[in-house]
Ligand binder design. Structure first.
Ligand SMILES: [Zn+2]
Length: 334
């Protein structure tokens, strides 16, 4: 995108969000990212690479007032949210957030909040990445995944077929309990004939510290990223509290914000988890319900929304439409 069209997209975005703010009160847009790849990765078609992320951040820097989540929550609580407020969030703690995203954020003078699952630091791996990396590395031309509840003949000859296999497997494994998931992943790895999987996908503790030293906010995201509704109360409290304690030890600062793993209200967390996060002393938490928080929002279930569109003007238009969404349908009653 050239400088002129970026300038037009940015001034259009500023105008649209200023008008929306005047019409229906200031609302907070919160974007979610997971990985930012150094180069395009065909197995993650929805995730940005460095060039795409740079374009988005250029637009964001010119169009929005970007805040950390804790600062935005303070403004919401005091009904003093600046016009065109936006928060950038990153979930899970991927190493590429530090290696790829951080220099781009710094180049554009932006701040962001990073929700890190403490159990994966220093060589851990999220289960979904185990699935993806197994299917990436397998030299098999096809797999029988019948015993994993998927099709008996899954071809792996083309990139598209590998993508499809990932899309078939992820929902199948997502809602298994921890033990069943381990078994399924071990079985998948052996079916794929893959001896070792990457151990450098997530941040090291040194990277986490450097992210914090660079002025970025660190938030809790449990120890091992369980779906909280599958745990009993004691287990859920341990996951949330111990994850936070570990991060606090590492950055030597209080951790004040939290993101519910997976984050769908009523499905991935419920009112008891909202109450728990509040009782543990966090100041704010985010879900993955779409919408934009305005005055009177529940600070412990702030909605997030990331538009998907190739062109920046459409991306910005979708983000503007999100400002009009009725988010309260999506929050659990706390
Ligand atoms: Zn997550």
């Amino acid at each position: 995108m050239n400088a002129l069209s970026l300038g037009l997209a940015a001034s259009g975005t500023r105008l649209a969000f200023s008008l929306l703010g005047q019409l229906s009160g200031q609302r907070l847009s919160v974007l979610t990212f997971h990985r930012v790849h150094a180069r395009p990765d065909a197995l993650f078609p929805g995730e940005p690479d460095a060039d795409r992320f740079d374009q988005l951040m250029r637009l964001v820097a010119r169009s929005f007032h970007v805040l950390s989540l804790s600062r935005a929550a303070e403004h919401l609580a005091q009904a003093s949210l600046p016009p065109r407020s936006l928060v950038l969030t990153f979930d899970d703690g991927y190493a590429d957030n530090v290696e790829v995203a951080l220099p781009i954020l710094q180049r554009h003078g932006l701040t962001a909040s990073f929700f890190v699952s403490s159990g994966f630091l220093d060589g851990g791996r999220m289960w979904n990445d185990s699935v993806i990396e197994c299917l990436r590395a397998s030299t098999r031309s096809g797999l029988d995944l019948g015993e994993l509840g998927v099709a008996t003949a899954v071809p792996l000859q083309t990139l598209e077929q590998r993508q499809q296999a990932v899309q078939l497997l992820l929902p199948q494994i997502k809602y298994l309990n921890l033990e069943q998931r381990e078994v399924a992943l071990a079985r998948l790895q052996s079916l794929c004939g893959v001896a070792t999987l990457p151990k450098d996908l997530m941040m090291s503790t040194a990277q986490l510290r450097s992210l914090h030293k660079a002025g970025m906010e660190i938030g809790g995201h449990t120890v091992s990223h369980p779906i909280l509704t599958t745990l009993d109360g004691e287990q859920a409290e341990r996951e949330i509290a111990l994850g936070r304690e570990r991060l606090q030890e590492l950055i030597d600062q209080p951790v004040q914000v939290f993101a519910y793993p997976n984050g769908k209200p009523g499905q991935d967390y419920d009112a008891s988890h909202v109450a728990l996060v509040r009782r543990l002393g966090f100041r704010a938490a985010v879900s993955t319900a779409a919408g934009a928080a305005g005055a009177g929002a529940d600070l412990f279930q702030l909605p997030r929304y990331t538009p998907w569109a190739k062109g920046l003007p459409l991306w910005a238009a979708r983000l503007a439409l999100n400002q009009r969404r009725r988010r309260y349908d999506m929050a659990v009653a706390a």
